[in-house]
Design a binder for this molecule. Structure first.
Ligand code: ATR
Length: 300
């Protein structure tokens, strides 16, 4: 996308920002101000690092000030729902919103752009769609919900959820079964813990096209995944390994596969794609991914 003329100095700015906890290093302010510059929008985007007990007050302040848009990140994507006037179908289904928009009537509506962001990131990184693929999904926390919904929506053939706590894996699978009905999807969803309790067999263990990691990185979780993956044997050469984390760029999960001829992607492209969707909701302007990536080359 060509750079457009800067917004008129006298255009009133519209205000937006990211709400989360411990988000000092969030790249969203940089990404959104870059999109604002590229599109000529007059966006003023802040970062609001809010402790848990203050989130309700902070978000009410956002509404009282009649700010246009918010991005919501951990740990508030589910909590924010109760302060919104309406939800998009997808935000309602996965019970999480990462984007808030002040609609034309002044009400606040929640959206989930992580779903589209994930789908577009897989297309971009894998050069193939999700449809018909066999997927291993590591983790069953908040972030995995949008990922599972996206996989089912796009018609993944088989999905195996692996999680430390088998109860959470089962709950996510049960939600997945409801989403399958709603989306009329044939995806087969199964679940297990890292010791393969809970499944007798899954085609994903025989051959797998995509492994998505949503497990919170730590020494303990890294070691658990390392042992699990070692027990599985090698993935085929063209398997896509996708981490939703992007810091450090070569994430702990991706490091486990150092030297193997697999396609690996951290969460940066998903971050950019979900941001493009949020920006589109606020402004009606769709920023080209490659143009944005070029502008932000320094962060890759
Ligand atoms: P997020 O919103 O980022 O997904 P979350 O909801 O707390 O955060 O989910 C964190 C995920 O990382 C979960 O799948 C969690 O496993 P449990 O459901 O068993 O808690 C996983 N996780 C966190 N720490 C872990 C560890 N030390 N070992 C294995 N998995 C871990």
């Amino acid at each position: 996308m060509e750079k457009q003329k800067d917004a008129n100095l006298f255009d009133p700015p519209f205000f937006a920002g990211i709400f989360g906890c411990s988000i000092k290093y969030s790249l969203s302010p940089l990404i959104h101000s870059t999109m604002s510059r590229l599109s000529g929008a007059n966006l003023c985007y802040g970062s609001f690092d809010i402790p848990a007990e203050k989130f309700a007050d902070a978000f009410n302040g956002f509404k009282i000030l009649k700010m246009k848009g918010a991005n919501i990140t951990q740990p508030y994507k589910a909590e924010v729902l109760r302060y919104l006037d309406s939800l998009s179908g997808e935000a309602e289904t996965v019970c999480a919103a990462n984007t808030v928009n002040m609609e034309e009537d002044g009400s606040y509506r929640g959206y989930n752009t992580d779903i589209a962001g994930f789908i577009k990131a897989v297309d971009y990184e894998f050069k193939e769609g999700i449809s018909g693929k066999r997927i291993m999904l590591l983790g069953a926390g908040g972030a995995s919900r949008a990922v599972l919904y996206a996989l089912i929506k796009e018609g993944a053939k088989d999905i195996l959820i692996i999680n430390r706590s088998i109860d959470k894996a089962r709950e996510l699978k049960e939600d997945g079964d409801l989403w399958k009905t709603r989306l009329r999807s044939d995806s087969a969803v199964s679940y297990s813990d890292f010791y393969l309790n809970g499944i007798s067999n899954s085609p994903v263990l025989q051959s797998c096209d995509i492994v998505v990691n949503t497990v919170t990185p730590s020494g303990e979780s890294g070691e658990q995944i390392r042992r699990f993956v070692a027990g599985l044997g090698n993935f085929p050469d063209k398997t896509l390994l996708m981490d939703i984390v992007y810091s450090p760029r070569r994430t702990q999960f991706l490091n486990l596969f150092e030297g193997e001829r697999l396609i690996s992607a951290n969460g940066l492209s998903m971050l950019l794609f979900q941001a493009i969707e949020s920006f589109y909701i606020w402004t009606g302007k769709r920023i080209d991914f490659n143009a944005l990536k070029e502008e932000l080359a320094g962060i890759f």
